[in-house]
Design a protein around this ligand. Structure first.
Ligand code: LLP
Length: 419
C-alpha cells in the first residue's frame, strides 16, 4: 500500500496533487511520500516481530537522500553503507555510528580508517586480504574492529543477472567452503573482533526459496564455528526482498519473508541483522515527467518525455519495468513507446505498452521509482541532475535541488596549455 492515489481524477501524493509539484518544481522530479516511507519501515519491522533480537540497517544505496535517511533514522533504522560517502550521509542524518554496517567488496584503506575513526558498528569483511588490512589499521589506531564475515553461499537468487550476488562466480563474499578457515584466522587477529556472519544473495528477489536455502547454509556454518569454539552472536541476512513493479502484481511480502526467517532462525540464539533497501523505498517514490511531444512510429507512436535514462536508468540497465500513468488520466488509453530525449536507443522506458492516453504538455509519473532512482542518476547528454521532493500531508519540500548543467560546467577547467 502506498500514498500515491487518484482523487477526483487526479494523482496525488498524500494530500498534494502531483501536477502542482510538476508545475512548481519543474520536471523531471522525484517525489517521495513520507507516510509511505514510514509505513514501509513499520511494516518491515512488524513482520520481524517474532524474532527475539534484530538490527535493521537501511541499505543507503537504494535511496541516500538526506531527508530520507533522517526519516528512517527516526524510525529506528541504522544504515548499511558501502562507501565513506554513504557513511558520511548516514552520520549527517543523525544515525548513530554504532548502528552502521559497512559492506562492500572494495573498501579502501582510507575508508576503513575513516569508518574506525567514526566508530561504526560492524564491518562486513569480503576477503582475507581485507580482514588482514583492517586488523593492521585498527591496531595502528589502538582499537579493534567489530566484524562479520560475508560468505558467498553459492545460491542462485533467481533475479536479474546484474543484481545477483550469491553465486560462486559473483565477486561478493568469501567462498562457503573456505569461510570457516578464514573465520578462524580472523578470530586470531588482534585488530579484529569477529562476531558474526553476513550473506546477501541479490536484489529484487521474488521467490523466497533461494533465500531460505542460503540462510539454512549460513545456520550450518554458524553451528560449525560455534562447535569449534568461535564466537558468533550476529547473523546479517542482507536485504533483497523484491517489490511489485506492476499494478496488481502479487509477490511474497514482508510477512512471508518474516515468517520464513523466523522459522529458519528459530534456534539460532543470535541477533539477526537485516539490510533492506528497495522494500522500504521502492514504492515510496515516483518520477514525474512531462510529455515533450508525441511522434509517429512504425509500430506505435513514440511518447517522448522529458525524463531520460540519466534520471532513471533501471529500464536501460536491467530491462526493468516501471508503470507509467498520466497525472490526470482521461480514461482513454493508447499503445505507445515511451522514450526519453537522450541520443541512445536504450533510452526507452517502454515499448508497445498500453498506457493512459497522453499528448504534448501532459504530465505523467513512473511508479516505484523511490529505490535506485535518483541515486543512480547522472548528467549524460549534459542534462541536469534530477531534483527530489518529499511530501508530508498537505505540504511538500524540495529535499534535493536540481543541479543545473551550468553548475557542472563550472567545475570543469581548461588547462593553460590548451588556451
Ligand atoms: N545489502 C547489500 C550487501 C547489498 O549489496 C544490497 C543491494 C542491499 C543490502 C539492498 O538490497 P535491496 O533490499 O535494496 O534489494 N541498482 C539495482 C539494485 C542493486 C542492488 C545492490 N545491492 C536495481 O536498480 O535494481
Amino acid at each position: 500500500m502506498d500514498h500515491f492515489q487518484l482523487r477526483n481524477g487526479e494523482l496525488y501524493a498524500e494530500d498534494v496533487p502531483l501536477a502542482r509539484i510538476a508545475q512548481e518544481v519543474g520536471t523531471p522530479v522525484y517525489v517521495y511520500s513520507r507516510a509511505t516511507l514510514e509505513r514501509h519501515a513499520r511494516v518491515f519491522r512488524e513482520a520481524l516481530a517474532q524474532l527475539p533480537s534484530i538490527h535493521l540497517a537501511f541499505a543507503v544505496k537504494s535511496n541516500p537522500n538526506l531527508a530520507v535517511l533522517r526519516l528512517l533514522g527516526a524510525q529506528g533504522y541504522g544504515a548499511d553503507v558501502v562507501s565513506e560517502g554513504e557513511m558520511r550521509r548516514a552520520l549527517a542524518a543523525g544515525i548513530p555510528a554504532q548502528d552502521i554496517v559497512f559492506s562492500g567488496v572494495g573498501k579502501t584503506g582510507k575508508e576503513l580508517a575513516a569508518a574506525l575513526e567514526a566508530g561504526i558498528g560492524q564491518f562486513n569483511l569480503e576477503s582475507e586480504a581485507e580482514g588482514r588490512e583492517l586488523s593492521q589499521i585498527a591496531l595502528s589506531m589502538g582499537t579493534r574492529a567489530v566484524c562479520a564475515l560475508r560468505v558467498n553461499p553459492n545460491v542462485d537468487a533467481k533475479t536479474h543477472a546484474k543484481i545477483s550476488t550469491g553465486k560462486a562466480e559473483n565477486k561478493f563474499g568469501v567462498s562457503y567452503d573456505r569461510a570457516a578457515a578464514i573465520y578462524a584466522e580472523f578470530s586470531g587477529l588482534e585488530g579484529l573482533n569477529m562476531r558474526g556472519l553476513a550473506v546477501h544473495i541479490g536484489s529484487q528477489i521474488t521467490d523466497l526459496e533461494p533465500s531460505r536455502l542460503a540462510f539454512m547454509k549460513m545456520g550450518e556454518l554458524m553451528r560449525d564455528l560455534r562447535a569449534q569454539g568461535f564466537t558468533v552472536t550476529h547473523m546479517d541476512l542482507g536485504g533483497g526482498l523484491g517489490v511489485p513493479y506492476k499494478a496488481g502484481e502479487q509477490l511474497p511480502g514482508p510477512d512471508e519473508y518474516g515468517a520464513m526467517v523466523s522459522a529458519v532462525t528459530a534456534d539460532w540464539d543470535a541477533t539477526i541483522m537485516f539490510e533492506p533497501g528497495r522494500v522500504i523505498t521502492g514504492n515510496s517514490g515516483v518520477l514525474l515527467t512531462q510529455v515533450i511531444r508525441v511522434k509517429e512510429g512504425v509500430t506505435a507512436p513514440f511518447v517522448v518525455v522529458d525524463a531520460a535514462m540519466n534520471d532513471l536508468v533501471r529500464p536501460a540497465m536491467y530491462e526493468a519495468w516501471h508503470d507509467f500513468v498520466a497525472l490526470k488520466p482521461s480514461g482513454e488509453t493508447m499503445t505507445a513507446n515511451i522514450v526519453g530525449p537522450i541520443c541512445e536507443t536504450g533510452d526507452t522506458f517502454a515499448m508497445g505498452r498500453i498506457i493512459d492516453k497522453v499528448e504534448a504538455g501532459d504530465f505523467g509519473a513512473f511508479r516505484t521509482a523511490g529505490a535506485y532512482g535518483a541515486t543512480m542518476a547522472n548528467t549524460y547528454n549534459s542534462r541536469a541532475l534530477v531534483p527530489e521532493v518529499m511530501v508530508d500531508g498537505e505540504k511538500y519540500a524540495v529535499v534535493a535541488e536540481r543541479i543545473e548543467p551550468e553548475a557542472i560546467l563550472a567545475a570543469e577547467r581548461v588547462p593553460d596549455w590548451l588556451t
